[in-house]
Design a protein around this ligand. Structure first.
Ligand code: B12
Length: 212
């Protein structure tokens, strides 16, 4: 019998091939992708974070775990993004300047695509100007910004300020998220929405589009 705790352990151990193998087998056995992500994969990353904080893990271990997580997410991505419906809205998505974390951002992107949004991902370490240009280029309805470090959170305020200065703040709804972000922080910087996880990113985005 397939032991799904092996997926969590493979990610923590940075064993990307095993993590992928278990994920593929689980999907063949029709295990729900949401269960794989929420019960085994995200807790694995939380454990990696805990070990990093406790100095049991260092940067290389964290990087290997992230690689394993990303590889294991590959066969899940098309399932999250599968949707044939009309675009619900256009989203520009990115991680703020100075921040290289993108696993959670990517999951938000897949889920938004799955909910029918057209998603333009501008990647990681994105300066404010890059967000502004992308919003303009794609005529975005929603700008979704991710930050995983307490030191990069203020970069979100910079993006909002630049949007304001460019006279574009009224034309786009801004949603923010990432592990250190809270509703209080979102309110403080004047964002239109906050999502704790990829699922709530979708409900917030839908509600901002008036699609509740
Ligand atoms: C993997 C990882 C890395 C990888 C990232 C690889 C990659 N491609 O992403 C690497 C090794 C590169 C890395 C580097 C660093 N990291 Co790191 N990292 C992590 C770790 C273990 C997991 C992050 C993750 O992927 N989580 C899983 C995903 C699914 O969750 P998530 O990102 O939170 O996303 C969800 C929600 O937050 C939300 N969400 C995310 N974005 C958005 C956006 C919107 C709009 C919405 C609505 C929602 C939303 O939805 C997502 C899905 O549900 C965390 C610990 C942790 N548990 O968070 C530390 C952690 C974030 N890292 C940390 C640190 C310190 C660093 C480094 C500074 C380490 C160093 N000394 O160099 C560097 C910084 C590099 C940089 N400039 O960015 C600290 C941050 C502490 C702090 N207070 O700021 C943490 C918390 C570890 C710890 N406990 O100390 N890291």
């Amino acid at each position: 019998m397939l032991e799904l705790s092996g997926l969590r352990d493979a990610i923590i151990d940075g064993n990307d091939k095993l993590a992928l193998q278990i994920t593929e087998e689980a999907l063949r056995q029709e295990v729900n992708p949401a269960e794989l992500i929420n019960k085994w994969m995200i807790p694995a990353m939380d454990e990696v974070g805990r070990r990093f904080e406790a100095q049991e893990f260092f940067f290389p271990e964290m990087l290997l775990a992230a690689r394993a997580m990303k590889l294991a997410l590959e066969p899940i991505q098309p399932l999250l993004a599968a949707s044939g419906v009309e675009p619900t809205g256009r989203v520009v998505l990115g991680t703020v300047k100075g921040d290289l974390h993108d696993i959670g951002k990517n999951m938000v992107g897949y889920m938004l695509e799955g909910a029918g949004f057209e998603v333009h991902d501008i990647g990681i370490d994105a300066p404010a100007e890059k967000f502004i240009e992308a919003v303009r280029e794609h005529n975005a309805d929603i700008l979704a910004i991710s930050a995983l470090l307490t030191t990069t959170m203020p970069g979100m305020q910079v993006v909002l300020d630049r949007l304001d200065q460019a006279g574009m703040r009224g034309g786009v709804r801004v949603i923010v998220g990432g592990a250190p972000i809270t509703q209080a922080f979102a309110d403080e910087i004047g964002a239109d929405g906050y999502g704790e996880n990829a699922g709530s990113a979708v409900s917030v985005a839908r509600s901002l589009m008036g699609k509740d």
